[in-house]
Design a protein around this ligand. Structure first.
Ligand SMILES: *Cc1c(COP(=O)(O)O)cnc(C)c1O
Length: 478
């Protein structure tokens, strides 16, 4: 494909994406086809002779699009909605066109320096502590996901707790990680990969009302482990849990970590974006205690997957934990000590030029544009919560500090699960569920850039009328 052919095909692809976005509302949010439908529509092998891009675009329409869950649909309220945007896609397109590998400063100086600057911009935008800024000992890096951020934080914490010994001899069974019972599954996965084992993770109980970690229980667990000769290594606190968006009390947790010398990693994957709004920064009180912190612009900041922003207060600890320098990567810039080599800040060696999409996004929307997106999500969630509270067949299952609303039918687990299944089957909305205090709970996460007040009204109307018919069936008439 020469540059002129690329120009022509590229315009057609951009047109296809623009058409996709402008027709999303009319599509069912989830695929209505049984498993195997897409696979059956694909040939068993590749074509012998090449085909035009138009042929692929045609199959995108007939084979792929009908088999998708449309994560950017205005009625997509599951998990946390995708947050890509025009500028994000364009930045990613440039990154793809450049094909730069940013593993070392020397393999793409602009790739490294733009990333450092974007993470400094973001740290300022969220009001994060000065010690995460690259002008001091700390700094930021883009990871693919919050799961990777938790893994590298765990490795750096092990490095610290073992006095560097784990690098030479691996881990023994004494190192312990702590997170609330509401902590994300990636914490357990990171502990498993790092060699702590599933038993190495201490689940700490939460307050039944707020679902936030109980500091007294954390202290008791750390003290019990110390008494047993174990090594408290890392605490992962969450700002905005996946299940209900609960906020762990960082000021108390941070003070405990400081007292016992335990690494504090703050996982703000979804709710970190809220800190772009000064009125929502209460959620980040105590973040100055963090040794590391991450959030996902791909979850709520108008950036396409994958983009996790991760900071450490002392980059040297992270680099010492992860660096391996073979002869073929040696170069004068690295040896000068004057540059950042991001390969030492992550698990893989190679890395894409992901800072470009952040640069496009931050410049297109500006600070106020990003704040408007967050505020719209928070306001729409509040609008829905008001409707739920005003209908006595429903109840809220947790507070809604951000854009996630957790609720259920008072009638119980079975009717609540049936309600979710029925509204999702219409193809007009997509919600997911969790359990709160053991009870089946519906989650409605606002955040898709296309979702507006009328979509929340529509979703509530659908929930309300579906509950009408469901509860009428449940009530014996004889
Ligand atoms: C979504 C989520 C994660 C995992 O995010 P990825 O970026 O997909 O790995 C981790 N922690 C929390 C609190 C989350 O909500």
């Amino acid at each position: 494909m020469d540059p002129e052919e690329f120009r022509r095909a590229g315009h057609a692809v951009v047109d296809w994406i623009a058409d996709y976005w402008s027709t999303l509302d009319a599509r069912p949010v989830t695929s209505q086809d049984p498993p195997g439908t897409v696979a059956a529509a694909l040939p068993a092998g590749p074509p012998t002779d090449g085909e035009p891009v138009e042929a692929v675009l045609a199959d995108l329409d007939t084979v792929i699009a009908p088999g998708l869950t449309h994560w950017q649909h205005p009625g997509f309220f599951g998990y946390f909605p995708a947050n890509t945007s025009g500028p994000s896609v364009l930045g990613d397109l440039v990154s793809a066109g450049l094909g730069v590998q940013g593993m070392l400063w020397a393999t793409g100086p602009a790739c490294t320096e733009l990333e450092t600057r974007m993470l400094d911009w973001l740290a300022g935008l969220l009001g994060l502590p000065e010690r995460f800024h690259s002008s001091g000992r700390g700094g930021g890096v883009i990871q693919d996901s919050a799961s990777s951020a938790t893994l590298v934080a765990t490795l750096a914490a092990l490095h610290r707790a073992s006095g560097g010994r784990w690098r030479d001899v691996g881990v023994d069974r004494r190192y312990r990680a702590y997170t609330s019972t509401q902590g994300h599954s990636s914490i357990e996965k990171a502990a498993r990969i790092a060699g702590l084992g599933d038993d190495g993770v201490r689940p700490i109980e939460v307050d039944p009302e707020t679902l936030a970690l109980r500091p007294a229980a954390l202290r008791a667990a750390i003290e019990a482990d110390l008494a047993a000769g174990e090594v408290p290594t890392i605490v992962v606190a969450t700002i905005g849990t996946t299940s209900t968006a609960a906020v762990d009390p960082l000021p108390e947790i941070g003070a405990i970590c400081a007292e016992y010398g335990v690494w504090l990693h703050v996982d703000a994957a979804y709710a970190g974006a809220a800190a772009v709004c000064p009125e929502l920064r209460w959620s980040h009180a105590g973040v100055e205690y963090a040794d590391s912190y991450c959030f996902d612009p791909h979850k709520w900041l108008l950036t396409g997957f994958d983009c996790d922003a991760f900071w450490v207060a002392d980059a040297a600890e992270l680099v010492e934990a992860l660096t391996v320098l073979p002869e073929y990567l040696r170069n004068a810039a690295t040896e000068s000590g004057a540059v950042i080599d991001y390969r030492d800040w992550q698990v893989p060696l190679g890395r894409r030029f992901r800072a470009l999409k952040l640069w496009f996004v931050l410049r297109w929307y500006g600070v106020e544009g990003l704040r408007a997106h967050i505020r719209s999500g928070v306001a729409l969630a509040a609008q829905l919560a008001n409707r739920i509270r005003a209908d006595d067949r429903f109840e809220m299952a947790a507070p809604h500090p951000f854009s996630l609303v957790c609720f259920r039918l008072r009638a119980g687990d079975e009717p609540s699960a049936a309600l979710l299944a029925r509204v999702n089957a219409t193809g007009r909305v997509y919600l997911t569920h969790t359990r709160v205090g053991g009870r089946y709970t519906l989650r409605l996460a606002v955040g898709s850039p296309q979702t507006r007040a009328e979509h929340i009204d529509g979703a509530w109307e659908l929930l309300r009328t579906t509950a009408d018919s469901l509860l009428a069936e449940e009530t014996p008439t004889r």
